[in-house]
Design a protein around this ligand. Structure first.
Ligand code: BGC
Length: 555
């Protein structure tokens, strides 16, 4: 009898697949589910525990799948429901868990629920969305903004009312104060649980409820709360405290219902995406003692543009805040995803193409305490692509160009092969949905497979070694005092086991003093070098000066 580990997600490394850009099996220039199934051996070879697949449900693709018009149907671009069954069956055979992306806060405006809701003020689904009368002067009901720019309200002439949308006007927000909406949404979650998924990534989960009285948000107090948005451009959304349009107290009631449903499927997990000025307070409410949700993450470590400098504080502060604000929660961490600039371009300064940079950030991320999410291509050290305006797809990028270019730069197709033009991703005779940068050819999987020192092989080795060292999986984390902001150092501890982790986040060679195990030690690291390993206890060392880190892993 095999004993099921229901807590498999604690300390797991997960791999995010963005289906449009992973593998195109039918040569239409867009990735699909059979493409993912075809490449599952590759994913298994990385040594990750599971995958999170971004939305593949039926959608008009205004926000590339985050605008769903049928929660139960695979979009024909991505295949059929049977293709998903084949994917999950093969993934499970290979020991890979599968979690899917449930976008519960809003639907597409083409969803039959919304089509019916906007038909009249009296139909059966009239209150399934957030509708409100105009103010006497015709202006929107309150001052809420859409995260993608502009007001959060669009006027509908048939109902003579405004409807609310936290994102595009084509993504109307569901009204969770209506019990029927909750029931319908829970039924859709159950539909996929029945199909065998191992968990749900809950898109912007704290956005589900808004204030019943639709009160105005107050102005943001400068310096208070975290800016949870990756945009670095003047932008009204971040000028408010979002206390009435999200993270409302009613959330817990709904999440408890979701928890009860998940409990009927033992061994499943929930990952909350929290976009909030106080993400760790919200995480405490949602995930303390893994109830009602299992784990949460936010974009704290992900904001910023190309060339932004990373310091120890960038990594350390969110972790310390999490330890302080939600000590009972098991957090998840990621450096990148389909919404933000790729890690090496954001933090690699002028060395984003240097493999040492990609290796160091991979080792740093996967040495943190938590569940870790990698984004496809991170294992190849892919850089952010520079997409010309004519090829931009992201509606958010189009609305803010050129101050902010949107999210296409991290969403380009995978370079499986060094053969241009479509790098083994697609055989289409036309163009792929986003162009594949010339420079990514150098990072192609076939080239990296053949090179024992490649970033890809480094990732495999490091993750394999991580699995053999449980202290890296669920050990505690303690930061060491370092005078240099470009060095981050911490210990992972589990009973008597200890592991020291030191990373040079910058290009300069460094020498720094580290105090651990009752002694001060000198640690020398080249630019972007790191050491993760056991260390000789000062007691065993010949002298304090010779006590040194055993270099189990270095860049
Ligand atoms: C997703 C985005 C999406 C937004 C609206 C997010 O946080 O990750 O890609 O545009 O939710 O659904």
């Amino acid at each position: 009898m095999t004993i099921q580990n229901h807590d498999w997600w604690r300390g797991a490394v997960m791999y995010q697949v963005y289906p449009r850009s992973f593998m195109d099996s039918n040569n239409d220039g867009i990735g699909d589910l059979p493409g993912i199934t075809d490449r599952l051996e590759y994913i298994a070879s990385l040594g990750v525990e599971g995958i999170w697949i971004s939305p593949f449900f039926r959608s008009p693709m205004k926000d590339f799948g985050y605008d769903i018009s049928d929660y139960r149907d695979v979009d024909p671009i991505f295949g059929k429901n049977e293709d998903f069954d084949l994917l999950i069956e093969k993934a499970h055979r290979l020991g890979i868990k599968v979690i899917i992306d449930m976008v519960l806060s809003h639907t597409s405006d083409k969803h039959p629920w919304f089509v019916e809701s906007k038909n009249s003020r009296t139909n059966a689904r009239a209150d399934w969305y957030v509708w409100a009368d105009p103010k006497p002067d015709g202006s929107p009901p309150n001052n809420w903004h859409s995260q993608f720019g502009g007001p959060a309200w669009t006027f509908d002439t048939r109902r003579g009312q405004y409807y609310m949308h936290n994102f595009l006007k084509e993504q109307p927000d569901l009204n969770y104060h209506c019990p029927d909406v909750q029931d319908a949404i829970l039924n859709t979650c159950q539909y996929w649980l029945e199909r065998g998924v191992d968990g749900l990534r809950l898109d912007v989960i704290n956005f589900l409820f808004c204030d019943k009285e639709l009160r105005d948000n107050p102005a943001r107090i400068p310096g208070e709360g975290e800016n949870c948005i990756q945009v670095e451009a003047p932008y009204p959304y971040i000028m408010q405290q979002h206390i009435y349009d999200k993270s409302r107290p009613e959330m817990i009631g709904f999440l408890n219902r979701l928890h009860d449903l998940m409990a009927e499927y033992p061994g499943t997990m929930t990952l909350a995406e929290i976009g909030d000025d106080h993400p760790f307070e919200t995480a405490r409410q949602y995930t303390s003692h893994a109830r009602p949700l299992k784990t949460a993450y936010n974009t704290d470590m992900m904001s910023g543009n190309v060339g932004k400098k990373v310091t120890a504080g960038t990594i350390k502060q969110p972790i310390l805040r999490a330890l302080e604000k939600c000590p009972e929660s098991w957090m998840s961490w990621a450096f990148s995803n389909h919404d933000v600039v790729r890690t090496v371009s954001r933090w690699g300064q002028d060395q984003s193409h240097n493999p040492a940079v990609a290796k160091m950030f991979m080792a740093l991320l996967t040495s943190l305490r938590g569940t870790i999410f990698l984004f496809q291509g991170e294992e190849l050290g892919l850089t952010e692509a520079d997409i010309p305006f004519e090829r931009i797809q992201d509606p958010w990028g189009l609305s803010m160009w050129p101050e902010w270019k949107g999210r296409d730069g991290c969403r380009t197709p995978m370079p499986w092969h060094s053969k241009r033009p479509h790098t083994g991703f697609s055989e289409t005779s036309g163009e792929t949905w986003l162009p594949i940068p010339e420079i990514h050819t150098q990072n192609a999987v076939n080239l990296q497979e053949a090179d024992p020192n490649s970033m890809l092989n480094f990732t495999r080795e490091f993750l394999k070694w991580r699995k053999e060292n449980p202290v890296l999986i669920d050990g505690d984390i303690h930061f060491l005092e370092v005078m240099d902001e470009e060095i981050i150092a911490f210990e992972r501890c589990r009973g008597h086991e200890k592991m020291l982790c030191v990373f040079n986040l910058g290009p300069q060679d460094k020498e720094c003093a580290l105090s651990f195990d009752g002694q001060t030690h000198i640690c020398r690291l080249k630019g972007f070098e790191f050491q993760v390993g056991d260390f000789i206890s000062a007691r065993d060392a010949k002298s304090p000066e010779t006590a040194e880190i055993i270099q189990l892993r270095t860049a």
